[in-house]
Design a protein. Sequence first.
Length: 273
Amino acid sequence: MAKKGSSLLFTRLMLLSKIADRCGVDATVGAVFDSAFEVLQVAGFRDEYVYRAAITKKILMGRHSLRTASMLTEFRVGACKADLVILNGTATAYEIKSERDSLARLLNQVVHYKRVFATVNVIASENHVASVRELVPPDVGIMCLSKRYQFSVVRDAQDRPERICPVTVFESVRSAEATAILKGLGFGIPDVPNTQRYTAMRSLFSGLDPVALHHEFVRTLKRTRNLAPLGDLVNQLPVSLHAAALSIPVRRVDHGRLLEAVKTPLKAALTWA
């Protein structure tokens, strides 16, 4: 939709799912997305995107704002990827375990996340909560997304920047971010050939104080992964698409085309096919 102003896939899925039957005659493409999302919100159908949308609405934009906090999706830590990370005064990782997910890898995932993020939470469906409590260490928070689409805190997460591993942080960020972090901490960039720079910077990171590093890590990534420029776009999109808009790269020049597509009347969208 952002690239072309229309989507054959949208029209085909809308017809196959019959989701348009739930909408009024004057509905727009955006209303169809919201209607589809209402179906997916029902307990038993909820997948990871529903949980991402809840975190986006209730935590990122409910407790914070795009001006003061940033959100990272699928942030790689070793062999794992944190579903969502929110950066405000600290870095908080959220691992989602929907009713469709297995808990087989959960312990390994949170162990990895604690090497980079001061705070780690598991957001689980009601049927997973008891098992999650048994699996994860006591410093990991547990939250539940209820059938009514409300968050409840089962156990508070502990904010512990001192436990992070500086080398793992280095291996998780972009090269330019690692350079900025070192400069922010008062370190010069090693004057070595490019082929040796990775090893030299990794060695510098290994000697950093975890707490000071975590503070600079948060400060740097809030700048490099800043979401504030997306504020106008997000505010004009249906709530069901907020999480997508903040995680799927859309060029600024395509924002207007996407907004027009979402505002397209349903009858006109049928002609996309």
